[in-house]
Design a protein around this ligand. Structure first.
Ligand SMILES: Cc1cc2nc3c(=O)[nH]c(=O)nc-3n(C[C@H](O)[C@H](O)[C@H](O)COP(=O)(O)OP(=O)(O)OC[C@H]3O[C@@H](n4cnc5c(N)ncnc54)[C@H](O)[C@@H]3O)c2cc1C
Length: 231
């Protein structure tokens, strides 16, 4: 029997699996998708370690969290520009990293595996076993029960497993933001500058963004929060 079954191989799940395995526990990391990190639902923008040290000087272990390996980094930005509805623009110096999430997430899952965790893709958890002593899952062989002493829910914002465990997860769509994003090419944009657009016409309750991934490639998206949307 595993000590810990971790549901979801996003950053939270892989870091949990890695940390538990490093402590000597028997760990199984389950991911419903065939490929860890795909599809990615992320603008892929991170503050650099240097900015995080400035923003959170009292946090001691930032190195482990904000230093993605070079092969995951596709761009280094220097500014964030806020564009307000009255067309005022304010550019703030800010060292950022644009990462390739599919590489980053795979890297973290690999780190978990290197620490000793078993990693099982194409395995969708559908429920908890009675008393939370493991999970019911489906993989290419069909339905399986996986007993475990502990289940860690890392299956994302709408966590089915957290709901099954009776943890407070809102089902009200008004509590969530909605985001749309495309990775676009032929984007005529300063590759050093991340743009954030504010205003109720373009992104009610949230913001729209252009996050440059290279010379003419960028993640272009918008987020909205339903309570702020007009009829
Ligand atoms: C549009 C958008 C843009 C964003 N942009 C940024 C950004 O620029 N910078 C930033 O830092 N953050 C950004 N975020 C937030 C960031 O993506 C999340 O904070 C981060 O992915 C959360 O990591 P996680 O491991 O908790 O969950 P996730 O990354 O959601 O991982 C959950 C994993 O669990 C798996 N899973 C789900 N259900 C099951 C199941 N039943 N069985 C097995 N596996 C399951 C999923 O396939 C997934 O791999 C953005 C989010 C969105 C939606």
């Amino acid at each position: 029997m595993y000590d810990v079954v971790v549901v979801g191989a996003g950053p939270a799940g892989s870091m949990t699996a890695k940390t538990a395995a490093e402590k000597g526990l028997e760990v199984l990391l389950l991911e419903r998708e065939l490929e860890v990190g795909v599809p990615d639902k992320c603008g892929e923008f991170l503050p650099s370690l240097q900015e995080m040290r400035r923003l959170a000087p009292d946090v001691s272990d930032l190195e482990g969290l904000f230093d993605p390996p070079d092969f995951c980094i596709v761009n280094r930005t220097k500014y964030v520009k806020f564009v307000f509805p009255n067309e005022v623009e304010i550019a703030v110096p800010f060292q950022g990293l644009v990462i390739e999430r599919k590489l980053f997430d795979k890297h973290l899952a690999n780190e978990a595996a290197r620490a000793g965790a078993d990693v099982a893709p194409l395995t969708r958890v559908v429920d908890l076993l009675e008393g939370g002593r493991g999970v019911k899952a489906k993989n290419t062989d069909g339905a399986i029960d996986i007993p475990a002493k502990t289940v860690a829910c890392a299956d994302g914002a709408y966590s089915l497993i957290a709901r099954r465990a009776g943890l407070p997860v809102s089902r009200d769509p008004l509590d969530y933001g909605i985001g749309y994003q495309y990775e676009m090419v032929n984007v005529d944009h300063d590759p050093y500058c991340v743009d954030m657009y504010l205003g109720e016409d373009i992104a009610p309750g949230a913001y729209a963004w252009i996050i440059p991934k290279g010379d003419d490639v960028a993640n272009v998206g918008t987020g909205v929060r339903p309570p702020y949307m007009k009829e």
